[in-house]
Ligand binder design. Structure first.
Ligand SMILES: Cc1cc2nc3c(=O)[nH]c(=O)nc-3n(C[C@H](O)[C@H](O)[C@H](O)COP(=O)(O)OP(=O)(O)OC[C@H]3O[C@@H](n4cnc5c(N)ncnc54)[C@H](O)[C@@H]3O)c2cc1C
Length: 289
């Protein structure tokens, strides 16, 4: 397993905020995870990053150890083709996952083609779009329970999935290791068509030309975030290197050397103004570290 001291996290968070951590671990197998939490367990100070597509790094330097679950832990196989079940390690990207499903004539991951994520992160966040969520195709999850250092399996029904939320967000001592998904047989040309059309419509609306971490806020009941921000004329609001996207008011973009504080300052302004005008409490979807 690769371990790097004083590691630069800039390329490991999609806002491209520059921050360093004391030490970064790149686990390659389950034994590596066990080692990280036993041999290297000085204080309970480990932070997990999957794809880093939903994070706000609020500090310039972290005394913490970071565990980067990505390409080094990303095997992907078919568990049962007749049942459409595939199994992936937590670090596999949704891009690789959806292409793998396409190559095997399996449908169900088309929406995830354009939701940048690791498989583990998608489960933790219950990622989704257009009425589809990862929970809809999930069978079970294998995880490391740091409470007793045992490997356990939890089925979908027990994961307490809610809108952009799961059991793993309130149980941060559990590390998602492997995920089983159930897909359906499909026609490859139709699967590809759906993947491409979802991607095209999302790229037309989202500011993909600047670093960002997707929607900043969860959608509140009965309201849409973008239109409220439009109404408040907050698009283009800039603090330091962070800016509310002119293209989509629900996104904050890094227009140059944004810090976590810049992003958080914009968030507080938006929350206050939205509360004052609409009486709505906006909840941040992105994970503030
Ligand atoms: C351009 C863009 C568009 C987006 N569109 C959408 C969208 O349409 N729908 C949507 O739902 N999201 C969207 N997002 C947000 C992001 O894609 C999802 O939240 C994604 O699931 C985050 O996964 P990740 O692997 O990057 O997780 P990270 O950002 O790395 O981590 C998220 C949280 O999960 C924890 N975590 C990660 N991996 C593990 C693990 N293996 N075990 C335990 N904890 C773990 C982290 O500690 C952190 O708390 C978008 C982001 C971008 C940049």
């Amino acid at each position: 397993m690769k371990i790097i001291e004083n590691f630069d996290l800039t390329l490991f968070n999609s806002y491209k905020i520059t921050a360093f951590c004391k030490r970064a671990f790149f686990p390659e197998c389950i034994e590596d995870f066990k080692e990280i939490f036993s041999k290297y367990n000085f204080g309970d100070n480990k932070i997990i990053i999957g794809g880093g597509y939903n994070l706000i790094l609020s500090k310039d330097y972290y005394e913490n150890d970071f565990i980067l679950i990505g390409e080094s832990f990303a095997s992907l196989t078919i568990d049962d083709l007749s049942e459409g079940i595939i199994v992936g390690e937590a670090g596999v990207s949704t891009l690789k996952l959806s292409n793998f499903a396409l190559d095997n004539g399996l449908s169900g991951l088309e929406t995830f083609y354009d939701i940048p994520s690791s498989l583990g992160g998608a489960v933790v966040m219950n990622a989704g779009a257009s009425g589809e969520e990862i929970k809809d195709i999930l069978v079970k999850v294998e995880y490391l329970d740091r409470a007793d250092m045992k490997i356990k399996v939890i089925s979908k029904e027990d994961i307490g999935f809610k809108y952009r939320n799961s059991f793993f967000q309130s149980n941060t001592d559990k590390v998602v290791l492997k995920v089983w998904l159930q897909l359906e047989k499909g026609i490859p040309s139709k699967i590809l068509e759906k993947m491409e059309s979802i991607r095209a419509s999302r790229w037309a609306k989202q500011p993909r030309d600047f670093p960002n971490a997707g929607s900043v806020f969860k959608r509140p009941n009965g309201f849409y975030v973008g239109p409220m921000i439009d109404d408040l004329k907050l698009k283009g609001l800039t603090i330091g290197g962070a800016q509310i996207s002119e293209k989509h008011g629900g996104f904050i973009i890094n227009i140059g050397n944004a810090s976590g504080d810049d992003v958080l300052a914009i968030i507080s302004i938006v929350q206050k103004k939205v509360k004052d005008k609409f009486g709505v409490d906006l909840e941040v979807e992105q994970r503030i570290i």
